[in-house]
Design a protein around this ligand. Sequence first.
Ligand code: 5AD
Ligand code: SF4
Length: 444
Amino acid sequence: MRATPPPKTYRVKSFGCQMNVYDGERMAELLADRGIAPAAEGEDADLVVLNTCHIREKAAEKVYSDIGRLRKADGSKPLIAVAGCVAQAEGEEIMARAPAVSMVVGPQAYHRLPEMLDKAVAGERATDTDMPPIAKFDALPARRRAPPSAFLTVQEGCDKFCTYCVVPYTRGAEISRPFADLIAEAERLVAGGAREITLLGQNVNAWTGEDDKGRAIGLDGLIRELARLPDLARIRYTTSHPMDVTDGLIAAHGEIDKLMPFLHLPVQSGSDPILKAMNRSHDADGYLRLLERFRAARPDIALSGDFIVGFPGESEADFEATLQLVDAVGYAQAFSFKYSPRPGTPAATMADQVAPEIMDERLQRLQAALNRDQIAFNQASLGKTCPVLVERKGKKPGQLLGKSPWLQSVWFDSDVSIGEIVEVELAEAGPNSMAGRVRASATT
Ligand code: 5AD
Ligand code: SF4
């Protein structure tokens, strides 16, 4: 590679989960700290960071087509860094396959991006896929401004080894960030304007730590402490694993007003043999009983989940068990995917891989059921008046967009400021959003 002038502008493109969004924001801050400016919408960037996702094959392949397409208006290539889980899993392959890439940085090493950039400017290619836990959080600059709804990564990695999943390999073992660091970061987010914090982790409810009195606490204890921050109005968390649900977490939903009535608890399948083959450590009935307990603690809780169709060996009867579970739960929203074999995972070499056309057909049926329930949930909300946190301006003048407590997107006309919480009557229900009418300016 040839030496290049130091970049003046950057763009970070994040794919995949919310943890990547958080990591992408932190990388942007690192670059901004170096005096590199974010490229304006529609303008060339001298440095592009592709913050990638490896969870499904499509997401991973997209990286290579993106690299091929990246070009400035004058035809030259920008400096390209590949970050995230594809970088972790396929670092060497990327370097071999994509000569335009000068930096490959794994999700645990991105605090070293500035040093790698120095090398890249000098014409050297650099890869860093070390996995030192916590170090990256300590090394990152303090945050000055925060959006009304901000993310805070509290836990990373996964020890569950579901047989289809690459996360334990790309993000490493489960680690929890220390309590004091999280309280300090939350305080900074709130000082920077955040009204809502979503606690993030691949297994967020596996978070454990010690509070300032040295007592061992779990995620519910952390939520309780965060709820004491006066200017923080809302707390959410995602993604949870059924195995790590505690009595305390369920109780917290009934006791802490600031904890929003929403739970994302992936189940993946409604069939016990498939759950077993997935190494999920729960069966369908155990999952349903957990949800009942959340509903008993917080009757209006909105439920969300993740599903995989076409896992190896999934029969029509197995799939129908998934549809039955969906009917039994009545999800407010959910994510569903076709099984995608990931290299190095046990399921990739299992017998009885399901044919693509069967997967397509099952995904369509599942999504029809989930959409039906999402619309039903939104329709059941009609006429309710609820607090909405204003997150941004809408497309039309005077229009604002915010979130209901149940994570519905709500559009309405108003001149209140972004970051305010207003009482809005939910007046029209669409499949993916609600239209509302402002009742009054509330808690702010
Ligand atoms: N194929 C399809 N979906 C997957 N997920 C994880 N691994 C795979 C895979 N190999 C889905 C799961 C998980 C979500 C983040 O992505 O549903 O909960
Ligand atoms: Fe992947 Fe399972 Fe861990 Fe979730 S719990 S990250 S699906 S291994």
